[in-house]
Write a protein that binds this ligand. Structure first.
Ligand code: HEC
Length: 112
């Protein structure tokens, strides 16, 4: 009984890890879409946008509810978007996408 319980538990752990990976992948895709919709008009396609910063740079800009990236856009035409609910909703995905393809990531988005 004990053994089967631990087998069940460990398969749950594996399943959990798999679905987290799938979620992370979905988040990158959502972030890419959000980038194309909200950032491309000013910063060019995703390839160009993501390499604006290193992976650590993106983490820093998106830390603290995106305080850094909001500050960068203060007084620019982008300011409105960063103050919006839309930004709040998409920030985790944008971060996932931009981090995945940051300048030092070695990754290049397949389509921009
Ligand atoms: C309406 C235009 C506009 C939109 C939309 C916009 N930006 Fe910007 N962004 C700017 C301007 C203007 C600057 C400041 C000048 C510069 O560094 O290019 C800037 C600066 C930045 C910087 C700093 C660049 C540097 O060299 O330090 C990053 C990173 C950035 N934007 C990312 C984004 C991301 C990600 C999005 C979408 C979520 C976005 N921007 C949406 C106009 C925009």
């Amino acid at each position: 009984m004990k053994k089967s319980t631990s087998i069940i538990l460990s398969s749950l752990v594996v399943l959990g890890a798999l679905s987290t990976a799938a979620n992370a992948d979905g988040s990158v895709k959502k972030g890419q879409r959000a980038y194309l919709k909200n950032c491309k008009k000013c910063h060019g396609n995703g390839t160009k946008g993501a390499v604006l910063k290193s992976q650590a740079g993106w983490n820093a800009l998106f830390a603290d509810d995106g305080a850094g990236i909001k500050a960068v856009h203060k007084g620019t035409k982008g300011e409105k978007f960063f103050g919006s609910k839309k930004f709040k909703k998409y920030a985790p995905h944008l971060r996932a996408f931009l981090h995945m393809y940051g300048s030092d990531s070695g990754n290049v988005p397949s389509c921009g």
